[in-house]
Design a protein around this ligand. Structure first.
Ligand code: CMP
Length: 147
């Protein structure tokens, strides 16, 4: 089924000049980039986006990282986009990805568990919520009240 997901090139991906290489992989993998926007997140934006992690020990560092420079936010469309984009980016820990998923995007441009250079929504519901967060769409019926 045709689906959409949210992809983000994080500040280390942008500052490391990986944007064009990442987009090339996205397009070669059959995704359409239907919306994109470069944005500098402030602390409030980032804390809202990562609200589910607010009690985690790494939250403060995560907010500092995600506000350290501009990010590129993209809506990616394809059959089973959520799962296929997560396949393509590889595991959260980019250091491990270099060993276990050497062809993944995180292996290409990430560093470690925090600086993993890209984001991908973890479910269909998260994708719709995250797309609405950045692109100010009214949340779709199936994303309301679910996680
Ligand atoms: P992502 O899975 O896209 O969204 C949550 C982010 O928090 C994750 O990418 C990492 O950037 C960061 N993160 C997750 N776990 C840790 C951790 N244990 N220590 C530091 N950062 C983390």
């Amino acid at each position: 089924e045709e689906e959409r997901t949210l992809g983000i090139i994080k500040p280390d991906g942008i500052s490391g000049n990986y944007t064009e290489r990442i987009k090339q992989v996205i397009l070669e993998s059959g995704f359409e980039i239907s919306k994109e926007m470069v944005i500098q997140l402030d602390e409030e934006n980032a804390a809202n986006f990562y609200a589910e992690h607010s009690s985690k020990s790494f939250f403060t560092n995560l907010i500092r990282y995600m506000t350290s420079g501009p990010v590129l936010v993209m809506v990616l469309e394809k059959e089973d986009a959520v799962a296929r984009w997560r396949d393509l980016i590889g595991p959260t820990d980019a250091g491990k990805a270099k060993i276990t998923h050497p062809h993944s995007i995180r292996a290409m441009c990430g560093v470690d568990l925090e600086k993993n250079c890209v984001h991908g929504s973890d479910s269909h519901q998260s994708a719709e919520r995250e797309i609405a967060f950045f692109f100010k769409e009214a949340p779709s019926e199936d994303a309301v009240g679910k996680h």
